[in-house]
Design a protein around this ligand. Structure first.
Ligand SMILES: *Cc1c(COP(=O)(O)O)cnc(C)c1O
Length: 392
């Protein structure tokens, strides 16, 4: 018996070789200009941190990026020697874990400095022994220091401080737009910040900048050029591309660079049982589907509690026996019904593919996103914690 039949048949398969191949391809796009930081936040975009972080390290990643200190602690448990960047701030009471697990926090707020400095004092940390990445708000108004507040923040990096300014960071939030006006404004803002740093005699090793879209938009050389002007190296942070998806570029038919990325995730379930319906029979909550002729339907063990978007009921189809079978009726919490009329040979136990390949047909997270009015990032990260992730 294989592992998937030992439990309710709703599972995700993770192709670690595909992830490694994607990392190598992306690293090649960045080289020789820039290095990569592999984004594995939010449980590796729902692909499992425990599976994906070590795989990225095996493929050559020196840096991993997670959201929180908690995620950083989990990443440290499986990646003892990687650099681990915690992106979204240090919350009260968390700095001791930053030190204990040698995490590298992104900082921008006075409270981050106070929290880290207090923990460093308590641990008797040596001057300059805790690297931090200082985020600059170059226009997203989300997190980061307003450039006007830079001098005050820089004054905190004294030679006696336990904190060492290792990188300047920002997020290129419109790198997927054909019109590069916003990115251009962000880069000139960053250039001014770096010039301010230089004239204050402060040096940082890295410029930590850019996501999948910046990399596949072909910006690695320009970002590294900006870094090099100030004696820095560039670090680019791909997430989605690592998992095999190319962001869609607004105003372009395809991404400027199109490496052959491989989808890493397959999401599967099985036919639980089959049922014949007559004209007039209804399906699911509130009878939103009523048969107009005799049909055969299949019950499948996946529902919205597993992450299948509820609004896809009557609006999407899944793969079974290599064919697309429409979702009929509402998606339930734990189950869904497919119209399998005319699918020859179908039987209980047949594999159903929600994301992935079956007999030459493919359903992607982009397909789900389009039908659900969202983006593949959300589709991936909504797949429920109860769905087991299995490394292939
Ligand atoms: C999530 C995230 C990324 C990765 O974005 P993708 O579009 O998935 O490549 C990069 N940088 C930061 C700061 C992020 O939060």
């Amino acid at each position: 018996m294989n592992r998937t039949t030992a439990s309710r048949p709703c599972w995700v398969e993770i192709n670690t070789r595909a992830l490694q191949e994607n990392f190598r391809q992306l690293a090649q796009l960045a080289a020789p200009h820039a290095q990569l930081l592999a984004i594995v936040k939010a449980d590796a975009y729902g692909h499992s941190l425990n599976i994906c972080a070590p795989a990225a390290v095996l493929a050559g990643a020196h840096w991993l990026g997670v959201t929180s200190v908690e995620e950083g602690v989990s990443a440290r448990a499986v990646c003892p020697s990687a650099r681990i960047l915690t992106i979204a701030g240090v919350f009260p009471g968390q700095a001791h874990a930053v030190l204990e697990h040698a995490l590298t926090p992104v900082v921008w707020d006075d409270t981050h400095f106070a929290e880290l400095e207090a923990a460093a004092r308590a641990a008797n940390a040596a001057p300059q022994s805790i690297p931090v990445h200082l985020e600059i708000d170059t226009g997203m108004s989300r997190q980061g220091v307003d450039p006007a507040g830079l001098p005050a923040i820089l004054s905190r990096f004294t030679s006696g401080s336990p904190l060492r300014l290792e990188a300047l960071m920002t997020h290129l939030f419109a790198a997927d737009e054909a019109d590069d006006r916003i990115t251009g404004e962000q880069l000139s803002c960053m250039q001014q910040v770096l010039a301010t740093l230089e004239s204050a005699g402060v040096h940082a090793e890295w410029l930590n900048i850019g996501n999948s879209a910046a990399l596949l938009g072909g910006q690695a050389a320009a970002l590294a050029g900006l870094a090099a002007r100030f004696g820095m190296k560039a670090l680019i942070r791909p997430g989605l591309a690592l998992y095999g998806l190319t962001p869609q570029f607004d105003g372009l038919a395809s991404a400027p660079l199109t490496p052959h990325l491989l989808p890493v995730m397959s999401w599967k379930s099985r036919v639980v049982c089959l049922r014949h319906l007559q004209a007039g029979d209804s399906i699911g909550y509130n009878a939103t589907f009523v048969a107009t002729e005799p049909m055969q339907v299949a019950l499948v063990a996946v529902g919205y509690a597993d992450g299948l978007t509820r609004s896809l009921g009557n609006h999407f189809s899944l793969l079974v026996r290599g064919q697309r079978a429409p979702l009929v009726g509402r998606v339930s919490m734990d189950q869904v019904v497919l119209d399998v009329t005319g699918i020859a040979g179908i039987s209980p136990g047949d594999e159903v593919v929600l994301i992935g390949d079956q007999d030459g047909n493919h359903i992607s997270a982009f397909d789900h996103a389009q039908a659900a009015g969202t983006i593949p990032w959300e589709i991936f990260t909504r797949i429920g914690a109860r769905v087991p992730r299995i490394a292939l």
